[in-house]
Unconditional design. Sequence first.
Length: 259
Amino acid sequence: MAAVEIENLVKSFGSLVAVSDVTFQVREGEIYGILGPNGAGKTTTIKCLMGLLDPDSGASKIYGISSLDDPIEVKRLVGYVPEEHHLYDSLTPRELFEFIASIRELPSERVNKRIKEMVKALDFERYFDSMIVTLSQGNKQKTMLISALLHAPTLLILDEPFAGLDVRTAKIMKDIIKIHVEGGGSVLLSTHIMEVAQGLCDRVGILDDGVMVGEGTIEDLRSQAHEEGATLEKIFLRLTEQEEEVQIGVDALREALSD
Ligand SMILES: Nc1ncnc2c1ncn2[C@@H]1O[C@H](COP(=O)(O)OP(=O)(O)OP(=O)(O)O)[C@@H](O)[C@H]1O
Ligand SMILES: [Mg+2]
């Protein structure tokens, strides 16, 4: 069974079609990356999958379960790190983790061990008792990540997980993702970082204006873009038809800077 199954998903906001007939699967044990320019529909797709937005049509399932039919089971299976932080500013990470553990009814011994290990791995000890409002962007991201992993979910859904992370933490984030799939889990992530997508993801889907313009392994994409041996960045710019725009921008910049 697929970890994620999205079929003919359509979601509009008024007259704007944010996601237009998108279909893809994340197989079990796979790291799948959704790529796409700003506004391409990545977050909207993820929110529909999580049951946070009602699609106009189409279906999305997690391990065969529709997020609209059984949101509680889906929340048990999934660890979700959204693009925007919705954290309780006046709590400390310790209080937040305790709160999440209590509402999820997680056994305290196991969850405390897990928190301790993750806080250590992420070099987060010194922020553990600081109010969330005072944390930097990267440390808020770490708080979100630990919160999402507390219940040992099978599927991780990470919307731009590398945004704002320093080099060490980005490396740890990649390791967390790899360890997660080695342990039998699956990962769906969105990212703008082509090196991450190329190095980490088994398959990627490229969204542009709500449409899936390319999908598969890097090799699949190379042949879809007729670009043998090309980097993902080049394929991405070709498939999203931005290659020429980038060149025009660079030429204009070169001229402006040489004056
Ligand atoms: N609540 C909303 N109301 C109206 N329009 C929306 C809403 N949410 C998203 N959109 C629009 O839908 C489109 C897709 O947005 P989405 O956030 O899914 O893009 P994205 O691929 O995640 O982009 P980014 O890389 O900037 O995060 C955009 O044009 C956006 O402005
Ligand atoms: Mg987004």
